[in-house]
Write a protein that binds this ligand. Structure first.
Ligand code: NDP
Length: 315
């Protein structure tokens, strides 16, 4: 049978390119989990995806209710789940004020980390009962949260501190909108959320891999400087960022190439190792990359997991 893969945020950028690559193999049924149903349908059509290879299902990661409804609707469809890709993200680099999810969490960490955390915690049960030979849970990471890299050292740097803001629920009423308890900074909130993504993947690996055989992985697909992720940035940045990445840092990858990389992590029979953060060199060969000290700290991973469970109502 075909594999069933859920890709969050498949209506644009990396998610769409990945959905297209997987759909074209004819071996995957892609469930595009998107907040804007019509946009996703249009995107799939424009990308030339064949009707029999995908469905769009509504998922708004900025609402825990929506996450639970998505899981219920997916289960009702009766399809087994073989691979889950947590890809969607928001980024507010120029925001002066925080915005909030339906549950009152600062938006970047609320969507990128907490929404995905609840989704993955619920759906790991479904992955566990699938009879598919290859079961994977993939969370898209980023170099920007990784302070052991050049890109990760551009201020403001990711830093989760002692998690006091997260413990408080990430809004001013309870103390702070930032995980470390500091002043709101949209660029830092994105990087912090990506550190949470990478810590979550590793904690899943420690808690579930041996018992279930599921492969847990993260990746940095390269700098896809053309995606909608940068839509909130100032126009000059949007103009100069792609050529800067192309010619100066040489870290630029096209959406198509990045989609192939993520599709590889979904389906390549050789990428079965669990607990790994994948990257690619200039010749597009994958290798296991090192995470920064904070993004690989098991104590912090455990704490982020426990606090997140409370915030999403699982503990
Ligand atoms: P895009 O902005 O193109 O795609 C983000 C996707 O997330 C869109 O489909 C968007 O939906 C969706 N999304 C946003 N908010 C929600 C929500 N509340 N509920 C459901 N879906 C939502 O960005 P990219 O393709 O660049 O980003 C994809 C991933 O790649 C992210 O995890 C990002 O961190 C990561 N990444 C990107 C890099 C880059 O250089 N671009 C580099 C490294 C990692 P909609 O279409 O409705 O807006």
């Amino acid at each position: 049978r075909k594999g069933n893969v859920i890709v969050t945020g498949a209506s644009s950028g990396l998610g769409l390119a990945t959905a297209k690559t997987l759909a074209e193999t004819g071996k995957w049924n892609v469930i595009m989990a998107c907040r804007d149903f019509l946009k996703a349908e249009r995107a799939a059509k424009a990308a030339g995806m064949a009707r029999e290879n995908y469905q769009v299902m509504h998922l708004d990661l900025a609402s825990l209710d929506s996450v639970r409804q998505f899981v219920a609707a997916f289960r009702q469809s009766g399809r087994p789940l073989d691979v889950l890709v947590c890809n969607a993200a928001v980024y507010f680099p120029t925001a002066k004020e925080p915005t909030y999810t339906a549950d009152g969490f600062e938006m970047s960490v609320g969507v990128n980390h907490l929404g995905h955390f609840l989704l993955a915690r619920l759906l790991v049960e479904d992955l566990n009962v699938s009879d598919y030979p290859l079961r994977r849970l993939i969370i898209v990471g980023s170099i920007t949260g990784n302070t052991n890299t050049l890109a990760g050292n551009i201020p403001p740097k990711a830093n989760l501190g002692d998690l006091r803001g997260l413990v408080g629920g990430l809004n001013e009423l309870s103390g702070s909108t930032m995980i470390d308890g500091g002043e709101f900074d949209g660029a830092k909130a994105y990087k912090d959320s990506k550190v949470c993504n990478m810590l979550t993947m590793q904690e899943f690996h420690r808690r579930f891999h041996e018992e279930t055989g599921i492969t847990f992985a993260s990746l940095y697909p390269g700098c896809i400087a053309t995606t909608g992720l940068f839509r909130e940035h100032i126009p000059l940045f949007r103009l100069l960022f792609p050529p800067f990445q192309k010619y100066i840092t040489k870290g630029f990858v096209s959406e198509e190439e990045a989609g192939k990389r993520l599709a590889q992590v979904v389906s390549d029979p050789s990428l079965t190792k669990s607990g790994v953060y994948w990257s690619w060199n200039n010749y597009s060969a994958s290798f296991e990359n090192q995470l920064s000290e904070e993004a690989s700290d098991p104590e912090k991973a455990k704490k982020v997991w426990e606090v997140s469970e409370k915030l999403v109502g699982l503990a």
